[in-house]
Design a protein around this ligand. Structure first.
Ligand SMILES: NC(=O)C1=CN([C@@H]2O[C@H](COP(=O)(O)OP(=O)(O)OC[C@H]3O[C@@H](n4cnc5c(N)ncnc54)[C@H](O)[C@@H]3O)[C@@H](O)[C@H]2O)C=CC1
Ligand SMILES: O=C([O-])CC(=O)C(=O)O
Length: 337
């Protein structure tokens, strides 16, 4: 379950363009709060050669708008009204990013979104299994701890499942953890965040940040802030949704990591994936260290041996909730026709 520190080297963060690549990227839910700025950032990324935008409404306007940005990629936008719109969006895609679904309002948990979003993710995953079975799926729609098992079951049912290619995007937790300690460290550093993407399942590993020294009080407060950073935004937006701009940034960054890996760079990331790390506890999905390559996950690294006792306890405490969400997602597909 744990790896030595030497096994883990942090990848530099940049939107590097030194190695050319050819990537069609599709965004499902492209007209939404996340979808629009995410489409903008993907259009601005020179690695993207074609951008397919799909939403049930308003996609042509988004496509026409971002399509004027002067990178060389072509943009097409389809809605549910267009014949074969989803098929056209997905065919030939190397990456499919899915932020489709409803966001939280104050007082809700991410799991409260399950009843609406589970069906949306199931149906979109079904379309991906049909039209781009080899694409990498980046699932943003909440609750991620259940929607990733849902997409997985759909791919299994369709007979096209490859565990190396389905990712729950937890990058916003990393972005937040990095920002929340930024002033203390005096520079932008990666903070590994593992576990899942909901409350106590979000586990920032501050012990892994070189040169960072925290009092117990600071560590508790920072950990809590990362775990409930989403609530901070939901509260501030006061009924108008949850994080969209920072999520678009984080999602575009993760997509860029996959494209860089596809172009031959060594990239280390953190994502919610299928793993045997907690097999003995009966858990199949966990966000951990992943080395990426052109096929998606190249290698899954265990948690570092040097994580603190406090962090080990957080991991232990997260497992029951992760299992519950996983089972809920898996059962949802099993009971769908
Ligand atoms: N993984 C993460 O860290 C984060 C996840 N989220 C989640 O992302 C999701 C989207 O959030 P927002 O963009 O703020 O919501 P939004 O409501 O602004 O946008 C969602 C979009 O999905 C579209 N949509 C709904 N059903 C669809 C379908 N069947 N096919 C295609 N498009 C469909 C809607 O028309 C809408 O444009 C939510 O579930 C939210 O909880 C939000 C922030 C961070
Ligand atoms: O809090 C939410 O509902 C949206 C989300 O996942 C986040 O901001 O981390």
């Amino acid at each position: 379950m744990f790896a030595s520190r030497n096994a883990i080297k942090l990848a530099a963060r940049s939107f590097s363009t030194s190695v050319p690549s050819q990537s069609k990227v599709a965004v499902l839910g492209a007209a939404g709060g996340i979808g629009q700025p995410l489409s903008l950032l993907l259009k601005a990324n020179p690695r993207v050669t074609e951008l397919g935008l799909y939403d049930i409404v308003n996609t042509p306007g988004v496509a026409a708008d971002v399509g004027h940005i002067n990178t060389l990629s072509n943009v097409a936008g389809y809605t549910a009204k267009d014949a074969d719109g989803l098929k056209k969006t997905l065919e030939g895609a190397e990456l499919v990013v899915i932020p489709a679904g409803v966001p939280r309002k104050p007082g809700m948990t991410r799991d409260d979104l399950f009843n609406t979003n589970a069906g949306i993710v199931r149906d979109l995953a079904q379309a991906c299994a049909e039209h781009c079975p080899n694409a990498k799926l980046l699932i943003i729609s909440n609750p991620v701890n259940s929607t990733v098992p849902i997409a997985t079951e759909v791919f299994k049912k369709a007979g096209v499942y490859d565990p190396k290619k389905i990712f729950g995007v937890t990058s916003l937790d990393l972005v937040r953890a990095s920002r929340f300690i930024g002033d203390k460290v005096g520079k932008v550093v990666d903070v590994p965040v593992v576990g899942g993407h909901a409350g106590v399942t979000i586990i920032p590993l501050f012990s892994q940040v070189e040169g960072l020294s925290l009092t117990q009080e600071e560590r508790d407060a920072l950990t809590h802030r990362v775990q409930f950073g989403g609530d901070e935004v939901v509260k501030a937006k006061d009924g108008l949704g949850s994080a969209t701009l920072s999520m678009a940034y984080a999602g575009a960054r993760f997509a860029d990591s996959l494209m860089r890996a596809s172009a031959g760079e060594d990239v280390l990331e953190w994502a919610f994936i299928r793993t045997d790390l907690f097999k003995n506890e009966g858990l199949e999905f966990f966000s951990t260290y992943v080395k990426l390559d052109k096929n998606g996950v190249k290698e899954i690294l265990p948690l570092p041996e040097s994580i603190s006792e406090y962090e080990k306890e957080l991991v232990k405490n997260a497992i029951p909730e992760l299992k519950k969400s996983e089972t809920k997602g898996t059962n949802f597909v099993a009971s769908s026709n």
